[in-house]
Design a protein around this ligand. Structure first.
Ligand SMILES: *Cc1c(COP(=O)(O)O)cnc(C)c1O
Length: 292
């Protein structure tokens, strides 16, 4: 299943005085660049779901997301490229004006079906039964492309780098699918750091897998932000020319820089930070907030 040219990804070295001062090397794996619409980790998470789809006689693909979902736009665009019928189950009542994300998804031929937040909460339980009745021959991809297939695909993100070059790998955590995939495909000497972008999740250390999740950088919760985060994203862009999104990667890079400031990485560490994409979500912000 190869719909995308992965050679567009790059590894960007970041030069900042803080890094020099702390004797830390920081590289960014730019999977945000693999495709203008199917950005970042969403392609990797879709890949094996698409293989499951192709291997069986389904009529189309059905998946789930909110109004600004990176997964919905990636699924819609992928399905249009591969000539697969797609349906998006969208959280909440249909608004008067569709978000830019949903307008594009619609242009890519995705059928949008809006359901109440109540039903959305039960999309993997009670309401799933209803959906299976309505779409009997569809392949269902869980929200965000999660599940075993998603994890397997996300593990392949590390195939783009020479793993031995890095002591630490950091990525954002939404459903945790990418994080788990990366943990599985990392090498035992590496530390994997996951930054939770949802509120209410504790920081945890897993001594066996060398994986750590950090819960203190959610900025108020999913898709919440403060002026401090926005200022950081503008600063980071000006210094590195790397654009970030306010839902995932802005919080990720902010967290990594804070952890470096607080000497959480030993001198000589070589960090790889996964830029997992998601820039289209910035369109939900007021136009003059970001300087990129
Ligand atoms: C979806 C997404 C994530 C979160 O990935 P999970 O596998 O759900 O943890 C991280 N970054 C970006 C840009 C995303 O779109």
């Amino acid at each position: 299943m190869q719909a995308i040219d992965l050679t567009n990804a790059s590894i960007d070295k970041v030069e900042l005085s803080l890094l020099q001062e702390k004797n830390i090397k920081l590289s960014v794996l730019r999977i945000d660049k693999i495709h203008p619409v199917i950005s970042g980790n969403k392609w990797f998470k879709l890949k094996y779901h698409l293989e499951n789809y192709v291997a069986n006689k389904y009529e189309g693909i059905l998946t789930f997301g909110g109004a600004w979902s990176n997964h919905i736009i990636a699924s819609a665009c992928t399905c249009s490229m591969l000539n697969i019928k797609s349906t998006g189950i969208i959280r909440g009542e249909e608004p008067k004006n569709l978000s830019a994300t949903l307008q594009f998804a619609h242009l890519f031929g995705m059928q949008l079906k809006f359901i109440s937040r109540e039903n959305y909460k039960q999309k993997n339980s009670l309401y799933l039964i209803e959906l299976k009745k309505q779409f009997p021959n569809f392949y269902f991809i869980p929200e965000g492309g999660s599940g075993e297939s998603g994890e397997k695909g996300a593990g392949e993100i590390l195939d783009l780098v020479n793993k031995e070059n890095y002591t630490h790998i950091a990525c954002a955590i939404g459903t945790g699918t990418m994080f788990r995939g990366i943990c599985k495909s990392s090498i035992p000497t590496q530390k994997i750091i996951g930054i939770e972008i949802l509120k209410g999740l504790e920081s945890t250390t897993n001594p066996i897998s060398n994986a750590i999740t950090i819960g203190e950088f959610h900025f108020g919760g999913y898709a919440k932000y403060t002026s401090e985060l926005i200022n950081f994203m503008n600063y980071f862009y000006e210094e590195t020319k790397i654009p970030t999104d306010f839902v995932y990667t802005g919080k990720l890079f902010y967290a990594v820089m804070e952890l470096i400031k607080k000497n959480k990485f030993p001198q000589g560490s070589k960090l790889l930070v996964i830029h997992s994409g998601g820039l289209q979500g910035n369109d939900s912000l007021q136009k003059d907030m970001l300087r990129f």
